[in-house]
Write a new protein. Structure first.
Length: 129
């Protein structure tokens, strides 16, 4: 698996280089192959980067079949549970040994992924997951 990701990353970089060199048709093949590997391995940020490059070449790109935006990472879930339990950002940071700004970062991602705008809504959204 790591070899696949290394090859896909190399293809992504090469595809970006080709596209910037106005060799769009050649870039599409490299970027498409990289995008497929990243999607199959769950490397969402790299898949999005490859997808953006493909769009820049003028190719129509399909959206991911599996929506991954609503899946909380274990750290995000932990922060969300503590926030839903009434803990302040400072208390959460102290409890799990991270900075307050990191807690804020995770909570912003939780709000975006769950489609909420308040800490009070967290409990109802993660309670049924």
């Amino acid at each position: 698996m790591p070899v696949d990701l290394d090859l896909a990353h190399t293809r992504l970089l090469f595809g970006e280089w080709l596209r910037r060199g106005k060799r769009r048709a050649e870039a599409r093949g490299q970027l498409h192959a990289a995008c497929q590997v990243f999607e199959s391995c769950g490397a969402v940020p790299f898949a999005e980067r490859a997808r953006a490059e493909l769009l820049a070449t003028g190719k129509q790109v399909r959206k991911r079949a599996v929506p991954s935006g609503n899946d909380l990472t274990p750290q995000e879930r932990h922060v969300a549970i503590l926030a839903a339990g009434g803990h302040t950002n400072a208390e959460i940071a102290e409890r799990i040994f991270i900075t307050v700004s990191t807690v804020e970062f995770h909570l912003n991602k939780v709000f975006r992924k769950l489609g909420i705008s308040s800490r009070r809504q967290i409990a109802t959204r993660i309670g049924n997951r």
